[in-house]
Design a protein around this ligand. Structure first.
Ligand code: LHQ
Length: 265
């Protein structure tokens, strides 16, 4: 682990933890952070030893979105902040890489997740939040619109009506309410967050990794396709899953009445 870098990575067994590291600004996003995040995600994709990714924030914040100081500087004197280009070249690549990532990504939401930081939280596959965490569709508060996938991800998790209310008001949603809305899947005491996340990560790290990647692909595909198309896609994915060593191990272990030893192959 290297200190003073905006993104920290640490690998323990099959678990790679990526930590946003600007705690004095609640981990507000800067370009070096976005570059570091993208690189860490790519590395996790390439490295067969990585079987699950945890995304979290250093200090008391998860990520409050774009660093607004850096955003102001971008505008300079012209008043053209160039957000569209910035999004296309950075955040959009991060979100797509997360959604298409072959390994499961767990968001350990340790504190405020706002603006594009909330979008990054929503792009994780599973979300466990500390009870003091809050989720904020902060965009409207600074005269912007939800980005980095928020318009696509949030209504799919909590429904159009509730998503719109949060986007129009920009109010803070406490972790417990986020759980009730279906935005996250678990809330735990702040002191229990990382232990709970690690327990889940450990389970996923000893699961059939390729099958998990195909499950993600299946759901992502089905979100934008018909039943007929999804049935076809499922059949293709099942063909691929059926050819993995882990499937062979699963079948053999079942028939030999012993626990399977999955190697992610
Ligand atoms: C921050 C930030 C921050 C800089 C806290 N920036 N310093 C737009 C443009 C282009 C591309 C990508 O996408 C976007 C969309 C966006 O993401 S726009 C940004 C949307 N985010 C916000 O508007 C959130 C702004 N932050 C807040 O509303 C609050 O900080 C929350 C509710 C997150 C947390 O409140 P508190 O727990 O009360 O903490 P705090 O406000 O005291 O913040 C602590 C420090 O962090 C403070 O710095 P300071 O030097 O005064 O101690 C804040 O200024 C700094 N900080 N968010 N986005």
């Amino acid at each position: 682990m290297t200190e003073h870098t905006p993104i920290l990575t640490e690998q323990q067994g099959g678990i790679l933890t990526i930590t946003f590291n600007r705690p004095e600004k609640l981990n507000a996003m800067t370009d070096p952070m976005l570059e570091g995040l993208l690189e860490a995600l790519k590395q996790a994709e390439r490295d067969p030893a990585v079987r699950v990714v945890i995304l979290t924030g250093a200090g008391r914040g998860f990520c409050p979105g774009q660093d607004l100081g850096a955003a102001k500087e971008r505008g300079g004197e012209t008043g053209d902040y160039g957000y569209g280009k910035h999004l296309r070249e950075t955040y959009n690549l991060v979100i797509l890489r997360m959604r298409r990532h072959p390994k499961p990504i767990i968001g350990a939401i340790n504190g405020p997740a706002a603006g594009a930081g909330m979008s990054i939280a929503l792009a994780c596959d599973l979300r466990i939040a500390a009870e003091s965490a809050v989720f904020v569709q902060a965009f409207v508060k600074v005269g912007l619109v939800p980005d980095s996938g928020a318009t696509w991800l949030l209504p799919r998790l909590i429904g159009q009506t509730r998503a719109l209310e949060l986007m129009l008001t920009g109010r803070k949603v406490p972790a417990q309410e986020a759980l009730e809305l279906g935005m996250i899947h678990q809330v735990v005491a702040d002191s229990q967050l990382m232990a709970t996340v690690h327990e889940l990560a450990q389970t996923l790290a000893s699961a059939p990794t390729k099958s998990i990647g195909y499950i993600k692909r299946g759901l992502e595909f089905a979100a934008t396709h018909t039943l007929e198309e999804s049935l076809e896609y499922e059949a293709d994915l099942q063909d691929m899953a059926g050819r993995t060593a882990d499937h062979h191990e699963g079948l053999t272990a079942f028939l030999e009445k012993r626990p399977p030893q999955y190697r992610g192959e």
